[in-house]
Ligand binder design. Structure first.
Ligand code: G3P
Length: 224
């Protein structure tokens, strides 16, 4: 299971990379707009932080051929370990077929329905990104939709593909997808931080420190 950070906040990405076993960073045009800097400046800074890990960058053109040109520019600026995010819309599928022919790695994104995800996998997408929470917000079950795509990929032996489930609003949604055995999840720093924040764990660790101080004073296992 891959764990990616869904953000372009370089301060948070750096901090989370130091703390957690992170596998990559995903962005989208909205995330880049939040950073409010030249997209390539931010993305190059992210590339420096994450080294050769996977970086996901979206093409914004609405025509397939232009998406492919964007993909080539993105790869030349950010390296071969960069995957191009292509929205699962008609022109996007066309772009996916062209990218496949050129052996350019890509992910099918903005996935709200099972068929969108399955078609992207069939077009050669290395990942498919169902928007779990946004599907929930529409009154459907985002985890279920993601699960159906995962199952279809496994059952049909589309082994080049898998889910990079996205758009989470809580840790439970993330946990349910990981339990299904998806290829990866991409999670915002806020959700990752919330996962780490647990008052019961903090209380247990504080009690351990108190008990050890009662035994050995201001020492640790290094010098007691
Ligand atoms: O990568 C897609 C994801 O960023 C969408 O998330 O939170 O805007 O629904 P959200």
């Amino acid at each position: 299971m891959k764990l990616c950070i869904d953000s372009a906040d370089t301060v948070k990405i750096r901090a989370l990379y130091e703390m957690l076993p992170v596998d990559g960073v995903s962005t989208n045009p909205t995330i880049l707009a939040r950073a409010n800097r030249n997209p390539y400046d931010v993305l190059k800074e992210i590339r420096e932080i994450i080294g050769e890990d996977e970086l996901f960058v979206q093409a914004v053109s609405t025509e397939a051929e232009k998406m492919v040109h964007e993909a080539e520019r993105i790869l030349s600026a950010l390296g071969e370990r960069t995957l191009i995010k292509i929205p699962c819309v008609p022109e996007g599928y066309k772009a996916m077929k062209l990218l496949s022919e050129r052996h350019i790695r890509f992910i099918g994104t903005a996935v709200y329905t099972p068929m969108q995800g399955i078609l992207a996998a069939k077009c050669g997408a290395e990942y498919v990104a169902p928007y779990v929470n946004r599907i929930d917000n529409m009154g459907y079950d985002g985890v279920h939709v993601a699960g159906v795509i995962h199952e279809a990929i496994v059952t049909n032996k589309l082994t080049h593909s898998g889910l990079l489930a996205a758009s989470f609003k809580n840790a439970q949604q993330v946990l349910e997808l990981i339990t299904l055995g998806v290829k990866g999840v991409t999670v915002s720093p806020d959700i990752l931080e919330a996962m780490l924040d647990n008052a019961s764990v903090d209380a247990a660790v504080t009690q351990f420190q108190k008990d050890f101080a009662g035994l050995c004073g201001p020492h640790t296992m290094l010098d007691c």
